[in-house]
Ligand binder design. Structure first.
Ligand code: NAD
Length: 310
């Protein structure tokens, strides 16, 4: 399996390392408009691969070098500076996606390729990449709220003293400031959250839910403030998504995809079954009235951001 990564900055490099460490790919090609940066990353990662799986890692300075890739990961574009929102990157990163996607499409097999979009503002970039690629929408996948859901699970895990892997908890909507914690559907093991809390005698009050909500929404801002960017979390997200695709695992992941919801096309994160052909099924979880209202608002923000591009 050959995988291409476009954009080898902080995130692209972390993604390349995480992908290499899955042991599931035998070739990774790195493309960045900054050729020197891509070449240096390929060298460094190549050295690292002698200590793990024997993966061929090369940089390419022409899109023809990505030929044969079955998955293309797009992690190019401006990142948030302290104080900036993801939406502040809209205009600049739309131009990056407009530059990259047509060139990628000239060099991949449209019948097979899966595009994974990482660039922010994520959901709008998924809509744009979907439109520009002409691929079935099920094969243009945004990492969506996988990272937000991971943040939620880690906070709950520390609070409740249970492994994050036993928590089925999803953040839905925009990968951004309007994402929505789907409190109504959280389960720990096979117990609804409230039942679990009663049994372990750790209440999660309305006030703690508010604090958790704030911490999930603020996580990226805190990391950017402290280390300039985020990369380890998203690297792990992309490699997990890639594993699900390569192994046709059919796991449920909160990824983003353009589809018609309520008569309008929008890319938004919902729980989705993912396999080797990309997204197989979208699931609509149980939501209370407030969550439904916030999800609607989140979709409106994405739709109006996309309209601004025209
Ligand atoms: P960075 O500045 O470190 O790297 C960006 C790279 O993109 C640079 O190497 C640059 O040369 C390259 N690039 C820019 N335009 C290009 C083009 N047209 N063609 C090829 N390469 C191009 O930024 P970063 O920290 O790596 O972040 C990259 C993107 O990932 C940002 O948009 C960031 O917001 C996003 N991100 C998304 C998530 C997520 O959960 N989806 C998480 C973290 C970061």
């Amino acid at each position: 399996m050959k995988v291409a990564i476009i954009g080898i900055g902080t995130v692209g490099s972390a993604v390349a390392t995480a992908v290499k460490n899955t042991g599931l790919v035998n070739e990774i090609v790195l493309y960045d408009r900054d050729e020197i940066r891509a070449r240096a990353a390929a060298e460094d990662l190549g050295h690292a691969s002698t200590f793990s799986f024997d993966v061929k890692i090369n940089s390419v300075n022409d899109y023809r070098g990505i030929r044969g890739s079955e998955v293309v990961i797009i992690s190019a574009g401006a990142n948030q500076k302290p104080g900036q929102t993801r939406m502040d990157l809209l205009g600049a990163n739309a131009n990056v996606i407009r530059d990259i996607v047509p060139r990628v499409m000239k060099n991949v097999d449209p019948k097979r390729v899966v595009l994974i979009v990482v660039t922010n503002p994520l959901d709008i970039m998924v809509m744009l990449a979907s439109q520009l690629s002409g691929l079935p929408e099920s094969r243009v996948i945004g990492t969506g709220t996988m990272l937000d859901s991971a943040r939620l699970k880690i906070i709950l895990s520390r609070l409740l003293g249970v492994s994050s892997q036993s928590i089925n908890g999803y953040v839905l909507g925009e990968h951004g400031d309007t994402s929505v914690i789907n409190w109504s559907s959280i389960s720990i093991g096979n117990l609804p959250l409230n039942d679990f809390c009663k049994q372990v005698r750790i209440p999660v009050s309305a006030a703690s839910r508010k604090t958790i909500d704030y911490r999930v929404h603020n996580a990226a801002y805190e990391i950017i403030q402290g280390r300039g960017a985020t990369w380890d979390g998203i690297g792990a997200v992309v490699s997990d998504l890639l594993r699900c695709i390569i192994n046709n695992e059919k796991r449920i992941l909160t990824v983003s995809k353009k589809e018609i919801i309520g008569n309008k096309p929008v890319a938004v994160s919902l729980p989705r079954i993912v396999g080797s052909d990309g997204i197989i099924t979208t699931l609509f979880p149980k939501m209370n009235a407030e969550e439904t209202k916030f999800l609607k608002k989140s979709m409106e923000v994405i739709e109006s951001g996309f309209k601004k591009l025209k």
